[in-house]
Each structure stands twice: as structure tokens, then as C-alpha cells.
Ligand binder design. Structure first.
Ligand code: HEM
Length: 514
């Protein structure tokens, strides 16, 4: 008797399904590694966590449950060890950017390029503007933005109380305006002044929406099929178009102005005339898009985290205030010489805030090259992905005792109270805030300079506190929060490639004589 074709099809599919599951569970090259059951079969679980903004927490929870090496998606392992981290990012082994990242931009840019030579070419051309020496010329402009920022923020509403405390200020909004202004000035040499003028503020929302979609697509690229992603994230699609046209508009304006300044964009223009393989206009546009997103969201999140932890931890706040107020008498002195670099407690507070709430918190995936390689003593075949969850390793008690407490002192040498400098020192060895190796963050010097300057200027000009009047708990973990979000002393981040945040709400009060 002949079976109808649909039964045959059904049986074949069922057999193929069972064979697939058995393979994934028992015969797959990564089958022996523990991890969530669903993760053996599909990356949809990780995509769901990305959609809930929780990938960073999920990796950490998995590490707590399954141990230091986890199979987080079918073809990817997460290593939560310093030896694993070094092998992946610092050893020079044949590991490249993972193909899941390669799909994140249509025209490859620094973040998404897989080919090493191509990456080196882009990095060489763009990197000059980001060197430590280039940062020296940034200081003056930076300080101008920071002073204007605090002045406007403080005067945004009438002081709330007779004793001079300002209106409650939502720092997540204000810091995003500041970092956007700095980024636009640094990259394009343009001033948008989002603090005074709301015209371009909508771009920040678009960036967040676009990041959420990218975060999900990284794990579930199948959503590109039939452009399902556009249906699931309609606002991200509109947002992306708006950001693109904003960037095209700036590029057009810069071309017609024909400026020769110090911005990254202008430097790229100069290089076009003097380099054998300059970036093409499409590549420049793609890099501009990357820098606009990478340079804004991350640093504003970092700033909010630092202000949150200082507002919550009075002992640290007081120690920091003493350091800054002893070392500087006027705000214009910040960044003029080496003094800021020697503010050890300021560095310690900044590192510790970013350890607890890293703006990029999930894993930076790398793909193993031909022949396979050994990571933390485990042989990983060619084509499989490996990485270290940044939030997760930053909360590993083996490297950071009492990982959920804000302890800036852990970054200071017991010998002289100076900041620990050696990469070999724990805690630095387990600290990968900016990733590491050839693909480490290009903007890290700019970001750190911006953070140190902004925090030092605030402490010098004002006293500040978490709002006593309104919504002072915004940004805190909550006893009834989702698993991993219950610590009231931890600034909550919402992972979307980079991170979303809410709060803190601060009040400022000018210091006498400033
Ligand atoms: C606190 C602030 C920041 C944090 C925590 C941060 C974090 C990171 C991380 C973890 C990566 C590595 C991604 C990977 O390995 O796949 C990265 C890459 C990158 N970041 Fe940042 N970033 C920050 C600020 C900035 C700024 C201000 C800029 C530029 C204006 C920037 C531009 C870039 C670029 C271009 C890359 C790609 C580098 C490459 O692959 O060659 N970042 N960032």
C-alpha cells in the first residue's frame, strides 16, 4: 500500500529532526560542554535573551549554573577564565571576528570586518585620530563641552530647596546629550548642542532601537529571511534610515565646507590624498555610522554608572572629593597636565563602576581559524565560536571577591595606594571592559579621558547626591526584579549590543567659590 506523499514528508522530517537532535546532543564537536538544554539545538534562546535585554546576565547565570566553560549557543563556547580570555583575545592565535558579527553591517566596518588584513587597513587609517597623543588636543574642547553641560543641567530648573540643591536631573538623558555633543565634535568637527536644543535628540532613541534589533539578529540571522526583522522591529528600521540620512547630511555638509580641521572625518579626507588604499566613500560612511553609535551610547552609560555608584557610596564619594579638590583649584586646570592621570582614586572609582556595569556586557565572539586551536587547554575545531562574557567575568568571585559590592580600593596597590598598572595583576587580568588585543576598542582613550574629565569637573564644581525628592531609586536593582536584577546597589543595564539605562537621578549644588 502506498503512503500519501504528506505522510512520507512528515516521517522524513521527523527522522531528520531526531537525527539532528541526536547529533547536536551527542556527536557535535561541542557536545561535551554543559549549557542550557535548548542552547544545544538553537540560538533562538540567546536571541530571546537579547530581545529581553538580558544576554549579559544570562551568560553570568549560566556560568554560575554550569561552570566556567559553557555552550551558550550550538556552535559557541563561553570561557569564564583568565586563561581562556588570554587565549581568545591576546595570544595571537588564529581567531577572527565571528561571522555572526560580520552580518551586522552591509558595508563592513572596523567592528564587523572579518578579514585581518582589511581590518588592519581600516584600523591604521582611522586609528591615527584616536591615539593617546591625539587625545591631548581633545582636552580643551572636551572641557568646554563639560562645563557647558553642568551649567545648563544645573540651571535647567530653579533650585529645588532653600539650601541650593538643583531640581532632580535625569542623568541617563543628560549624559547621552553630552556624549553625543562630544562625539559629533570629535568625529565630524560639528556642534549639535543637544543639551540646549532638542532638534536631534530623537537620534538617540533611534540608536537604541537599532541596537536592540542588531542584538537579536546577531543570534538569529534567520530573521533577515523575508526581512522578518523589519516586521518585528518596525521602529528600528525607521530609526536606521534616520541615522543613515543624518550621517549622509553631515558628510555632505562637511564636503561643501571643505574644512581642514582635527576631526576624524577631516583627517580621513586628508589621507585620501596621501594613501595608496584610502577608504572608499561607502567605507567612510559605514565607519561614520559605527563611530556615531559606538562613541555615544557606551560612554554615556559608563558615565551614568560612575555617577550612580558615587551617589550610592558615600565613603567613595568623600574620598574622591578630597582627592580632586586637593589636586585641582580651578576647573580649567583639569586635563592641562599630568595631574588627572595621577588621580588614582578617580581611576579606581571609574574602573570599579565599569567592572560592575560594563556598557558592553555580553561576549565578543571570535571564530577559530583553519586547523583549530586550543583555548584554555580545550581543542576547538575550525569554524566554531569562542568568547568571554564581559559582565560575567567581571562578576566572577575568583577574580573579584565580593563581586556585587562597589570597592574601588581593589584597584589600588597595597604598597603605595597607586592604581595597579600591570596587566598581570588581578584584577586587571580579568578586566576586559574594552575587549583586548587587535580588536580592542578603538575609542578607549577618548572614552576614559571623557569619563575622568567629566567626573573630576563635576566633583570640583558641585556637590552631588542621588535625588532626595523624586524617583531616587531609578537605575537600582530591585528585590522583585528579574533574576540577576535584584541588587539595589548595582546599576542596571539593558543589553542591546551596547547598553540601555535609566537614571540615576541626581541633584547638584554649586560649591562655594566655583
Ligand atoms: C566606556 C566606553 C566604551 C566601551 C565600554 C567600549 C567597548 C568596546 C568593546 C568591548 C569593543 C570590542 C568589540 C569586539 O571585540 O567585538 C569595542 C570596539 C570598538 N569601539 Fe568601543 N567602547 C567604548 C567607547 C568607544 C568610543 C568613545 C568609540 C569611538 C568614538 C568607540 C569605538 C569603537 C570601535 C571603532 C570599535 C571596533 C574596534 C575594532 O574592531 O578594531 N568605542 N568597544
Amino acid at each position: 500500500m502506498e503512503l500519501p506523499i504528506r505522510y512520507c514528508l512528515g516521517i522524513s522530517l521527523a527522522v531528520a529532526g531526531v537525527a539532528f537532535c541526536l547529533y547536536q546532543m551527542f556527536f557535535h564537536p561541542l557536545a561535551k560542554y554543559p549549557g542550557p538544554t535548548l542552547a544545544k539545538f538553537t540560538a533562538a534562546r540567546a536571541a530571546y535573551c537579547a530581545w529581553k535585554d538580558d544576554v549579559h546576565l544570562d551568560i553570568w547565570l549560566c556560568r554560575k549554573k554550569y561552570g566556567p566553560i559553557i555552550r551558550y549557543v550550538p556552535n559557541h563556547l563561553c570561557f569564564d577564565t583568565v586563561t581562556g580570555l588570554k587565549d581568545i583575545y591576546l595570544s595571537g592565535k588564529d581567531l577572527r571576528k565571528d561571522k555572526i558579527m560580520g552580518k551586522a553591517s552591509f558595508v563592513p566596518n572596523l567592528l564587523t570586518i572579518m578579514d585581518r588584513k582589511e581590518h588592519a587597513r581600516h584600523r591604521r587609517l582611522i586609528g591615527i585620530g584616536f591615539s593617546q597623543s591625539a587625545m591631548k588636543s581633545v582636552n580643551e574642547r572636551l572641557l568646554h563641552h563639560v562645563k557647558s553641560f553642568y551649567h545648563v543641567a544645573y540651571n535647567a530648573g530653579l533650585p529645588d530647596e532653600a539650601n541650593g540643591w538643583s531640581h532632580p536631573l535625569t542623568m541617563s538623558d543628560l549624559c547621552s546629550y553630552l556624549t553625543f555633543n562630544v562625539m559629533a565634535d570629535f568625529i565630524y568637527g560639528k556642534s549639535y548642542d543637544l543639551i540646549h536644543c532638542p532638534d536631534y535628540r530623537h537620534l538617540l532613541e533611534h540608536i537604541e532601537e537599532s541596537n536592540l534589533r542588531t542584538g537579536v539578529l546577531l543570534y538569529c540571522p534567520q530573521l533577515y529571511i523575508g526581512r522578518l526583522d523589519r516586521k518585528l522591529f518596525p521602529r528600528a528600521s525607521t530609526g536606521n534610515k534616520t541615522i543613515h540620512s543624518f550621517i549622509n547630511q553631515i558628510i555632505q555638509e562637511r564636503k561643501s565646507e571643505n574644512g581642514v580641521g582635527q576631526s576624524i572625518y577631516e583627517q580621513l579626507g586628508t589621507q585620501r590624498k596621501s594613501t595608496d588604499h584610502p577608504l572608499t566613500p561607502e567605507e567612510i560612511r559605514s565607519e561614520a555610522m559605527l563611530l556615531t553609535i559606538a562613541g555615544n551610547d557606551t560612554t554615556s552609560t559608563a558615565l551614568c554608572a560612575a555617577l550612580f555608584y558615587l551617589g550610592k557610596n558615600l565613603h567613595a564619594y568623600e574620598k574622591l572629593a578630597a582627592e580632586i579638590r586637593t589636586k585641582f583649584s580651578v576647573v580649567d586646570g583639569i586635563g592641562q597636565d599630568e595631574t588627572l592621570r595621577n588621580c588614582h582614586y578617580l581611576h579606581a572609582c571609574t574602573y570599579e563602576s565599569l567592572r560592575m556595569s560594563p556598557p558592553v556586557g555580553s561576549s565578543m565572539w571570535r571564530e577559530v581559524g583553519p586547523g583549530g586551536t586550543s583555548i584554555d587547554g580545550e581543542f576547538i575545531p575550525c569554524g566554531y565560536g569562542v568568547g568571554t562574557g564581559i559582565y560575567s567575568i567581571h562578576h566572577n568571585p575568583k577574580y573579584f571577591p565580593r563581586p556585587h559590592d562597589f570597592i574601588p580600593e581593589r584597584w589600588l596597590s597595597e604598597k603605595d595606594g597607586f592604581i595597579c598598572k600591570e596587566q598581570a595583576d588581578i584584577p586587571f587580568a580579568a578586566y576586559i571592559l574594552f575587549s583586548a588585543g587587535t580588536r580592542a576598542c578603538l575609542g578607549r582613550h577618548l572614552a576614559i579621558t571623557e569619563l575622568l574629565t567629566t567626573i573630576a569637573a563635576l566633583v570640583l564644581l558641585y556637590d552631588f547626591r542621588i535625588s532626595h525628592t523624586e524617583n531616587g531609586e531609578l537605575g537600582c536593582g530591585h528585590a522583585l526584579g528579574r533574576h540577576g536584577r535584584t541588587n539595589p546597589g548595582e546599576f542596571q543595564l539593558y543589553h542591546r549590543v551596547t547598553s540601555g539605562k535609566e537614571g540615576p537621578i541626581l541633584q547638584l549644588r554649586p560649591r562655594k567659590g566655583n
